[in-house]
Design a protein around this ligand. Structure first.
Ligand SMILES: [Zn+2]
Ligand SMILES: [Zn+2]
Length: 201
């Protein structure tokens, strides 16, 4: 085990400092792939790239529209309701036959934009594309994860330090936001062991 400073004195970084790149599991071949987010606050130009199978995705391609018409027929007054849940493009006009009186009319639907990730947001997933983070493991029933190797190293320095003083009072740092199980002394050895395993992964 390499020696770690007893006192924690790393720079007072915030979570976003690490959210420019994510090491992830490729959704096609399940090997190590990379998301380059660039801007940690806006993921609209992010790119997923796998060096093994060549798979790539753009966050712009995740945009979908929920297209819906819900109104009363102007002939018979009965409800007309129609939804296209995952349209890749917005729809301007929509011909619908009334289910009650069969009158066909062109309606202007509502287009609600959203991004459609691989999975719904959750622990251990990249905050964009919804794919599993590469660096993750279990500590006594708790999920430990890191965005990338730099993030993993920053957590390692914090966990390994015996003395942790508050680095700054101007903002909440990344390490202050770590879940409680990572901060607990009783988990220190287990977490450091897992981190070393992830460093070799
Ligand atoms: Zn791949
Ligand atoms: Zn009708």
């Amino acid at each position: 085990m390499e020696t770690i400073a007893a006192r924690y004195d790393a720079p007072a970084t915030i979570c976003q400092s690490y959210m420019t790149e994510f090491d992830i599991e490729c959704p096609k071949c399940q090997r190590l792939a990379l998301i380059i987010a660039g801007n940690p606050y806006f993921f609209n130009n992010a790119q997923l790239k796998c060096g093994y199978c060549g798979h790539s995705e753009l966050s712009a391609d995740l945009i979908r529209y929920k297209v819906s018409v819900r109104r009363n027929c102007d002939t018979c007054g009965k409800l007309i309701s129609k939804v296209i849940p995952h349209s890749k493009a917005p729809v301007d006009a929509f011909a619908i036959a009334c289910p009650t009186c069969s009158e066909v009319r062109i309606y202007k639907p509502r287009n609600e934009l959203y991004t459609h990730p691989h999975n719904d947001p959750g622990a251990g997933l990249a905050p964009i594309f919804g794919v599993p983070l590469w660096l993750q493991g279990n500590i006594r029933g708790n999920l430990f994860w890191a965005y990338n190797r730099q993030h993993l190293h920053a957590i390692k320095e914090y966990v390994g330090a015996k003395l942790r003083e508050r680095q700054t009072t101007t903002h909440t740092t990344m390490v202050e936001k770590l879940p409680q199980f990572i901060k607990e002394a009783k988990n220190r050895e287990a977490i450091l062991k897992l981190i070393e395993k992830l460093e070799r992964k």
